[in-house]
Design a protein around this ligand. Sequence first.
Ligand code: ZN
Length: 285
Amino acid sequence: MCLASVWGEMKTVDMSHDLSIATPLWGGLPKFNFTILHRDNTSRGFWLEMNAFQVPEHSGTHLDAPSHLSEGSWRTQRIPMDNLFGPGVVINVTDKVLADPDYRVKTSDLSQWEANYGRIPPNAVIIMNSGWQYKFPNRTLVFNSADPEDTSTYHFPGWHEETVQWLVDNRKVNIIGVDTPSMDYGQSTHFPVHILLGKNRIPGLENVANLDNVPKHGATIYVPVVKLYDCSGGPARVFATYDDDATVICFASRVSLGVSFVLLLFVFLFPYVLLIRVNRRERAC
Ligand SMILES: [Zn+2]
């Protein structure tokens, strides 16, 4: 590990959309409810803000616990912390989605990524970047439908179940995500990707933001989901960290280490050399 990260040279990317009354919700879900309990000076002279909110688990940028579509699998609080972060792998399918909004990520998209950046690292957080982030929070655009209450009208991209099966069989994955409202594409009726992930205890991640600002490889992505007890998912403040200029900074740190080593040698050797000289003089006397 490069010392640069210890010195605070890491860049950070916020990968969550605002969670608010404007958040585009899946058809049929109850509305986001936000109540201001207090936002004023108190009679004792200090300012006090407090609110209450009520929101469906699967709203905005959120994690799908494996139990979401797989009975008996992990609910939110059972997902180990070790599984909630990992090396970021961003699969860019923006061009393909422009031609086909019902696009599903193929194994060839993964092969292309590996040809560019090497084998997908263990414990990866793999996220599809389809360019969908720019449609938020417009509900009509996000669900690509004139009637977002009717879920059968949705047209947005997601993962193909064969691609996810390949990942399950051939790579070690912590989380699979999308910048759209579902890992299964909008026209899915039986949600095979959700079921496959749930059975294999792999959480999903939906409505991810700012993927264009995350390196396609080399970042670490964190998914700190709210620890809601017995829930099938929950909102998460997803973020990525990466070293902006690892080569230069590592070189600088190596130079600094070299200088420090020479100084240490000097500090320890100088008294020893002085002692030898004094001894010689005493013998000469
Ligand atoms: Zn969900």
